[in-house]
Design a binder for this molecule. Structure first.
Ligand code: BES
Ligand code: MN
Ligand code: ZN
Length: 497
């Protein structure tokens, strides 16, 4: 099995700043091309080496450089490689780190369809450091598929990936970022029979050991002593008890011990809906309901491995939402750790109940900011579709900074409103609040309003990743399954902190 963040794993991606693409010996060489951009840089070198082949193909319209177009040129004259794969980056003026990530991933995803010992990619000298890093990350993500349980693999990692013209530092950082994304993807892709609260906690402990994160795991006894009745209620229908994992990275030298940032993740390892049982079709992909926790673990591990100078807390609430004899019921009133009482109207609105306790634990550590990630509502997908994550906040500057970080690495986000009027919808006749709004309209917002009750005024942004966390169908740059959504955004945000 792959283990991200292991030393061996990071050395199969290397920088060769001085190599020349035209003399490189590799089973394939990847060239990135902007629209009409054969005149300069590596494209010009390769064009010359191939006797003007690229110029002719561009003139004839066979190669355009349009975003994510891939054209394999086999047995290119004048080169030592049997394949030159030309990948489009779109218009030069529109080029950003997100485009480079996806273009690199598109190229390697295609090449990884069969085993290869050595593939070279040519970084463009005009790229910024961020673009270089994201290209390296994308390439390392694209070559990993969802083959965890398949004899016949659809993707095989290259033996060695060589980055020509890239700095060793950018390659190192890009590989680490890819480890975070691939970790999150793998945890989501594991069968829920293998990935449940205890095994998630074990994975977290292993990752903590490899990256230097401090870790604390609360089992059901500790959860009870800590009055985490909300997490315990959601987990009661399963024979696999809940867990809460707290990770810490102390990256700031000197100063206070206050966490600059707390990341919080929803880790429902399988969401059957509980007694408010989901229909079969909606249940099929519900192993993805721990994608928020996976993103938080992936980001925390990356932040630690990059040794970012921030104090970070990362906490995930892990539970399996099932229908067993002790399952929590409609009409139950739960006293959350904060003391707030919750009337259960729908056991399928379980994520917010789990997060109520995790947010309260994190609040107690006094972080300057809290960001949570959760596959929280189908309503968010109705609003924004598959690719865009919803943002909800009690602090506009924090939300703006997170949105900017996410967009800068190509993770699309869109903010939804938090008007006070929505609060009325979660009032309960018998408890402080109930766990659903009135009817399904605005369901992503009423869910966020519920979470807001547990952050106690600390600047906070909630990211609903129900859409982007899981790809039911493959995209040119990624196989289906877990996408690692928000890992890169959170890392980028932490770097700006
Ligand atoms: N995990 C689901 C949300 C979800 C749906 C994630 C589709 C990914 C894809 C969540 O626990 C849920 O079931 N939400 C309910 C809330 C409702 C009962 C108020 C929903 O969205 O239907
Ligand atoms: Mn649910
Ligand atoms: Zn759920």
């Amino acid at each position: 099995m792959t283990s991200e963040f292991s030393v061996r794993g990071s050395r199969d991606i290397v920088a060769d700043p001085s190599a020349r693409p035209e003399t490189t010996e590799a089973e394939a060489v990847v060239l990135f091309l902007t629209e009409g951009g054969v005149a300069t840089g590596a494209a010009a070198d390769l064009d010359r080496a191939t006797g003007g082949l690229l110029t002719r193909l561009v003139a004839g319209g066979e190669v355009t450089g349009k975003r994510f177009e891939t054209v394999p040129l086999l047995a290119p004259p004048g080169l030592r490689t049997p394949q030159l794969l030309v990948v489009g980056l779109g218009k030069r003026d529109d080029l950003d780190a997100g485009t480079v990530y996806k273009a690199a991933a598109t190229a390697t995803r295609q090449l990884a369809a069969r085993p290869r010992t050595r593939v070279a990619l040519v970084a463009d000298g005009s790229w910024t450091t961020r673009q270089m890093e994201q290209a390296v990350a994308g390439a390392a993500v694209g070559m990993v598929g969802q083959d965890l349980y398949r004899a016949e693999r659809k993707r095989t990692r290259f033996g060695t990936t060589v980055w020509i013209g890239a700095s060793p530092e950018a390659v190192e950082r890009g590989s680490i970022i890819a480890d975070g994304v691939n970790l999150a993807r793998r945890l989501v892709n594991l069968s829920p029979e293998d990935m449940y609260p205890q095994t998630f906690a074990e994975e977290a402990a292993a990752v903590a050991g490899r990256t230097g994160l401090e870790i604390e795991i609360w089992d059901e006894g500790q959860l009870a002593r800590e009055r985490c009745q909300a997490i315990l209620a959601v987990g009661r229908g399963s024979h696999r008890p809940p867990r809460l994992v707290v990770l810490r990275h102390r990256g700031r030298a000197g100063g206070d011990d206050v966490p600059d940032l707390a990341l919080v993740g929803k880790g429902v390892t399988f969401d059957s809906g509980g007694l408010s049982l989901k229909p079969s079709e909606s249940m099929l992909t519900m192993k993805c309901d721990m994608a928020g926790a996976a993103a938080v673990l992936g980001a925390a591990a990356t932040i630690a491995a990059l040794k970012l100078p921030v104090h970070l807390v990362a906490a995930v609430g892990l539970a399996e939402n099932m229908t067993g004899p002790a399952a929590y019921k409609l009409g139950d009133v739960i006293t959350a750790r904060s003391g707030t009482t919750i009337e259960v109207h729908n056991t399928d609105a379980e994520g917010r109940i789990v997060l109520a306790d995790v947010l309260d634990v994190v609040k107690g550590l006094g972080p300057r900011r809290i960001i949570d990630a959760a596959t929280l509502t189908g309503a968010c997908m109705v609003a924004l579709g598959y690719d865009v994550a919803g943002l909800f906040t009690n602090d506009q500057p924090l939300c703006d900074a997170l949105a900017a970080a996410a967009r800068s690495v190509g993770e699309p986000v869109w903010q939804l409103p938090m008007y006070a009027e929505y609060d009325d919808q979660i009032k309960s006749e018998v408890a402080d609040i109930k766990n659903v709004g009135e009817g399904r309209w605005g369901g992503a917002i009423t869910a966020a309003k519920f979470l807001e009750r547990f952050v106690g005024g600390i600047p906070w942004t909630h990211v609903d990743i129900a859409g982007p966390a899981f790809a039911e169908k493959p995209r040119p740059w990624i196989d289906g399954g877990g996408t690692g959504s928000m890992v890169r955004a959170f890392v980028e945000f932490a770097r700006g902190t």
